[in-house]
Structures are given as C-alpha cells and as structure tokens.
Unconditional design. Structure first.
Length: 752
C-alpha cells in the first residue's frame, strides 16, 4: 500500500499536519471512487472518494485527531488470568492507530518472559504491523492470543485449550483508551485459518492442531503465527462497479434542453434534429441499465450531427454548449470502464463483447431491487488469488456460475437518495441485495444441496504441515499393515488377533484418507471445495463494508430494503421464504417454517438486518423505524409503476399474510407504487417514461412533493451523525460479531 502514495512522507505524518495525502489510483481493483471501500485500513481516513474538500469538512483539526488520550483506567490485563465461560454477544473491536494508544502503564503482575504479548499490546489486532501505511485489511485477535501465550512451544492440546478459552465475551482490553474492547477469538477465525475446528461440545474436530494432538506433537508459536499471516481473509478484494450520480437523468435533462435550443434556433423539424433525439434516447437507455459503456459510434454521430446543425442555426454557440455537455456526460460515464487483472485461467462472467468494459451486471433485474435511486453500485467481494491445493484454483459454486468473477464470495447492490426527513442535505443508502451464492447452499431447503455443500467444504488453506504429519502417520501404518498383506497369506491365514489388529490399522488409514488433509495427501490436490471465507460472517462483513461506504460518501442513513417491498410484491410466491429470512419484513423481523410446514413471523431480526442494530449500539448510532424515499424527493415529477392485487392473487395473499406491503388501497384493490425515477420537469419525466419498461404494472407520470407520505416507506434504519461516521472510517475486523470498536466506555470521546 505504501507505494501508492506520491509523497515521501508517511500517511500518518501527513494526517498529523492536517493535510490530505495525495494518492494514485489502485489499478488492481475496479472502483468508482478514488479508493475502494474495504473492511479495515486506516488509509481510508484520508484517501476516500470524498476528496480533499470533504475530508477537511468531516475531520476538522486533523492534527489533533491522532493525539494520545489519557487512559481511563490503570487496570492492566494479566494474561495468565482464567476467564469463566459466559453466554451472550461479544462487545467487539479491532484496534487503533498506534498514535491513538497510550503506552501502557507498568503491569501490576510481571508477565512471563516467554510471553511475547508485549510486542503487540500497543498495536492490538494488527498482526504486529501497527496501523500505518501497510496496515492489513483486517486484523486478528488470534494473532495476539498466540503471542500472549506463556510458552513458545507446547503440546497441541495445550494450544487448543488456550485458544478455546479465548472465545469468550469477557476477554477484554483492561487498560488505555481501548478499555472494555473485546479481545475475543472467534470460532469462525480459527476454523477458516484451518488451525482448529471445535464442535459444540468444545472438543476438537479437525484442523492442524487436531492432527498434531492425535500425533502427540509439540507445536511452536511461530508455526501458528505464520498460519494467521496466511489467512485467506487477508486476500479478499472488493470489485466496485457502478457510476456516480444519475447519468440517465443527466442525458434526459440534456435532451430537454436540446429541444428548447432547437425550437429557438428554428431547426426543430430537421432530420438531423430527429437523429440527435433518437441517439440521445439510446444513450439514456444505456445509462439506465448501466451494463455497458455508451456506444462510441453513437457518440461520434451525435457530435457530428450537432456540428452540422450548428451550421444551420442562427446562434451556433447554443448548440456548442450542448456538445460540451454531451462530451462531459459521456466521458464521465465511460471513465468507469476498467479491465480487471485476474489470475491465470480466471474469467469474468459477462458478455465477452464487453469483457474489458466492466459495468454493473444486475441493475436491470428489478425483481430484487428498487428503482428510482442514484449512485447505483455493485460491490463484489472475491478471493483475489488462485486457491492453493485445489484443481483449477477456484471455489466450487454449487452447480451454478459466479455472478461476476471466479472465486467470488458474494455481492452487494445498493444506491442512495437525498432524504429531507434526516434534515438538511443528508442522504440515505438503500441496500437491495446482499447475496452469497457459494455459502447459501448450507441453508438450502434442498437436502442434497446442503449435503453437497458440507461434503465439499474442505479447507485448502494452511495444509502443508498437516499433510506432512499425516503422511508420516500413514506411512507408519502402512508399514504395520505390510506383514499382514504378504502374498500368499490372505486374511484366512491370519489368527483372530492378527485379523483384529489389521482391521484396526486399516480403519486408522481410512480415517486419515477421509479427512480433508488426507484427501490432499492422496492426490496432492482436491477436486473442489466450498470452503470460502466468511461462511458464517458474511452478514457482518456486508454491514461493515456498507458502513465504511457511508463514511466515505458522507451518507448518514442506511436501510436494508425489506423483502416485503421487493420479492413479496414483484415475485410473490407462497413457498419460498429465503428473502424474508435474509432481508426481513417491513419491521425488520423474519419468519420461520414450523415443523408442520406453516410459516410464522418471529421476533428475531432478519439475517442482514441484525448486524446493523448491534453496530448501532456499539458505535452510538440510532437504529429505528424511519422513512426511506423511493425516488429523489427534490424532483417533483415521478415515473411510477403501479402494481396491484387485482390480477395477482399471490400478491394479495402475501399482503394478508404480512409478507408484502402496499402504497394505497382502492376498494378491494391494493396498489404498490414503485418509483422508476424522478425528474425536474414534466417533459423530462415523459422522456423517462418512453425509455422505461414496466414488467408487472402500468407506468404513468405523477407529481409529488417532498412531504408526500406515499413517497416514503418506513423501514428499519441505522442513522449516524457526522461524528459517528468518523468511527466507521477506523479499522474494523471481519471476524468480530458486529463492529470494530465498542462505545462501551465512550472510548471515542477523547479521540474525536
């Protein structure tokens, strides 16, 4: 990361002086911002899409931002202290810039000289690197826990106990400004590191330490630290697709202005004028779908036509202004076309014609997304390397293909709009979809899909040492079995005792070969795996990615769009309940299927909604039912599609079951108004109507002010003021239960 800075001074030094670091674009990731949104990285404080001006507004007094506050407590954490088990959610954190952490006071109880916790206690959760220019994307509480151990080498069983005890909400930082922050080591992280997988009973099931325990082998600290450094989570990348603003509206505004100019210049009835209008409408359609670049030939024809028309006009300067605006709009749109550098053998799952011009793939699939938004974006989270020890180097995808790119973990679709209900010029982020195909199979209603997912969930990471151990063990067992398998003897020639001994040896060999590492031992590679990162942490990771995006774009509210506004209306089906489980009903709660097959509402929040409530509690944000706009409230003329229950009995049933919402009722007919878009003038709205399509209802133009109740839907919303947004720019951890820091002891007050 350090090579991306043009200045020779370090990033943190620039921040201390109150300046914003100059950066050059990260060409390894396709983004629409100056820097990609990623979970973690103190560099996001300065190098974000907001640019110099917004950074200066949002982080005043940057010189004071990194001053070390006084500790609120002198209590020092004693690493040998045993923590009792307790249930409940953890209060979580990741760490702080080194400059934000006060040098610790002297410990009341001296640490064992064999513990190396002193190397990381001032820079927790950073794998010992600190929060500088080379800060890792995500940190690791496991790394700190291994450093803290009172032994450099120990039996594997002792390491298992040591790490297992750390999966406890009561394990916290007890001194300095991070007092109260959780240092919990989660089972998710240990499992994905391939270090140890513990069952519900706390007993080891698989992983490197389980193999080492079975072989009664000692394990040294450095071996485990290296496993953390090789964590797959460190190689996750964000592919950000989308264009900023609302290019469709910009083209339509230009079209409307061109009509006025043509009338004033007396050239409204020429063939050239009609050609210009047709081509502008084509560009508007392209911008509306956002799947492809604006066609170069169409742009060239428009440029030539405008020049030709200027020759017929009494005032060529007016048409020259239209040409300048056309070049700006098309240039701004097409600049987001990037070519992604991929590992050898990888491909983009898109139309080959536009392989080097990558844009959003699913904006036109409106069954899963609201229309009418601005700044439409698709974030694709993927593993940026070839998988080790796997044929082809790719994850298995449950029989389907990734939506965007090989080794895709999942993707997030969202947009934003101004929301006057928040006060001032604040904006509201609307999340339509957060999908992980590779991990969704573990929750499938299809039994064979679930079984196939877990059958192929073979962890390919950090396997080298395990394979070596198993190879030695297998070779020894094969030597024991060799005398029993001499030619001419056969099983009938063995005594009963010898038969039992051979059966025991063969059983132990088969157990080795059935294990994940054992399959690698036999073939050198495995055919396929579903063991991608974030199998249980995907919702939390999504939330953190979105919160950082909010902070980068200075957006103060975020809502997960309920299934009741999308699938419950547009694709109403009675049997499938996955969308309600993921995105929730209008109040954010989910539903479940009883043993008898009935569908019932629960009091639990939906999978994608729950993390936002937890993070709001941690960071001092609000989480409440709040009005979310369906199109830009500042533009009065709306193009809406009215979907009614008159001809759709499934939609009517969903309304009665509480699984779908509606905008108004006309007699026995329930009607939902989906906003296609909004315009400043009636002419622009009518142009938008011409290029829009209605799949499920009737399209029409209506006028609606910013206070019209039908413009909003009240949904669960996280609301963060500008001070809270600053917290979202601080590093976060992927494996924490929800956020990165905890506002438990108001640790942010002296920092911000």
């Amino acid at each position: 990361m350090a090579e991306q800075f043009l200045n020779t001074n370090t990033f943190l030094e620039q921040i201390r002086r109150g300046s914003t670091p100059l950066t050059k674009e990260d060409t390894s990731i396709v983004v629409d911002d100056k820097r990609p949104s990623a979970v973690g990285g103190i560099a996001a404080l300065g190098a974000t899409a907001l640019g110099t001006a917004l950074i200066a507004k949002r982080i005043p007094g940057a010189r004071n931002f990194f001053k070390s506050p006084k500790p609120s407590s002198n209590v020092t954490y004693t690493p040998t202290k045993t923590v009792s088990d307790s249930a409940g959610d953890s209060l979580t954190a990741t760490g702080q810039s080194q400059e934000l952490i006060l040098s610790p006071s002297k410990a009341l109880v001296p640490m064992s000289t064999r513990s190396k916790f002193g190397e990381v206690e001032n820079i927790p959760f950073t794998q010992g690197k600190g929060y500088g220019d080379t800060n890792p994307i995500v940190g690791s509480a496991t790394f700190d826990r291994i450093k803290e151990a009172q032994f450099d080498s120990a039996p594997a069983e002792q390491w298992i106990k040591w790490l297992g005890k750390a999966n406890n909400p009561q394990l916290k930082v007890n001194s300095g400004p991070l007092t109260g922050v959780s240092r919990r080591v989660t089972a998710d992280e240990l499992d994905e590191l391939n270090m140890i997988k513990l069952g519900k009973d706390g007993k080891p099931e698989s992983g490197f330490l389980k193999i080492a325990m079975d072989e009664k082998l000692p394990v040294d600290r450095d071996t485990l630290l290296d496993m953390v450094k090789n964590s797959p989570i460190n190689d996750l990348k964000t592919l950000r697709l989308g264009v900023r603003g609302n290019p469709t509206e910009e083209v339509l505004e230009l079209t409307n202005d061109f009509k006025d100019v043509a009338i004033k210049q007396g050239v409204q009835d020429t063939g050239t004028t009609q050609s210009i209008l047709n081509n502008l409408r084509g560009l508007a359609r392209t911008a509306d779908n956002q799947m492809n670049p604006m066609d170069a030939d169409a742009i060239r024809i428009l440029q030539n036509d405008l020049r030709d028309l200027a020759g017929e006009a009494s005032d060529p300067a007016a048409l020259s202004d239209i040409l300048v605006r056309l070049n700006r709009i098309t240039g701004n749109y097409n600049q987001y076309s990037k070519k992604l550098e991929l590992p050898q053998g990888f491909s983009l799952k898109r139309d080959k014609k536009y392989k080097s011009n990558f844009y959003p793939a699913y904006k036109n699939q409106t069954g899963y997304a609201l229309r009418g938004g601005e700044n439409y974006t698709e974030d694709v989270i993927y593993y940026g390397k070839r998988l080790p020890n796997v044929d082809g180097g790719k994850f298995a995808t449950g029989g389907g293909n990734p939506h965007f790119i090989d080794n895709e973990i999942g993707f997030i679709r969202y947009d934003d709009l101004p929301n006057p209900k928040l006060g001032g010029n604040k904006r509201h982020l609307r999340v339509s979809e957060a999908q992980t195909d590779i991990h969704s199979e573990q929750f499938s209603a299809n039994k064979s899909s679930r079984e196939n997912y877990f059958k192929n969930r073979i962890n390919p990471f950090n396997t080298e040492t395990s394979v070596k151990i198993l190879k030695k063990q297998r070779d020894e067992l094969m030597e024991k079995a060799a005398p029993f398998r001499e030619i001419g003897r056969g099983i009938a020639g063995l005594t009963r005792k010898q038969q039992q001994e051979l059966a025991n040896v063969n059983y132990r060999i088969s157990q080795i070969e059935k294990s994940a590492a054992g399959k690698l031992l036999q073939r050198g590679t495995i055919e396929q795996t579903t063991a991608a990162p974030l199998s249980r942490s995907w919702p939390d990771y999504v939330a953190k990615n979105l919160l950082r995006t909010m902070a980068e774009r200075n957006i103060n509210a975020v809502s997960i769009i309920p299934s009741s506004m999308n699938k419950g209306i547009k694709m109403p089906g009675g049997s499938m309940i996955g969308d309600e489980i993921n995105y929730g009903l209008m109040d954010g709660t989910t539903i479940m299927r009883t043993a008898s097959g009935e569908i019932r509402k629960t009091s639990s929040l939906a999978t994608m909604v729950a993390p936002f409530k937890k993070i709001a509690n941690q960071y001092g944000a609000k989480f409440e039912m709040f009005p979310m706009p369906k199109s830009n409230p500042n533009k009065r003329f709306k193009v809406v599609e009215e979907i009614s229950t008159r001809d759709n009995s499934e939609y009517l049933k969903n309304i009665k079951d509480g699984r779908a919402t509606y905008t108004y009722k006309d007699g026995d007919n329930y009607v939902f108004q989906e906003h296609i878009g909004a315009s400043n003038t009636l002419d622009e709205a009518e142009e938008l109507l011409k290029i829009s399509s209605g799949d499920r209802g009737q399209l029409r133009v209506i006028e609606m002010g910013p206070d019209e109740p039908r413009l909003y839907e009240t949904v669960p919303t996280l609301i963060a003021d500008d001070q809270v947004l600053k917290k979202f720019l601080l590093p976060m951890k992927a494996y924490m239960n929800a956020g990165g820091f905890v506002d438990n002891t108001n640790i942010f007050k002296p920092l911000l």
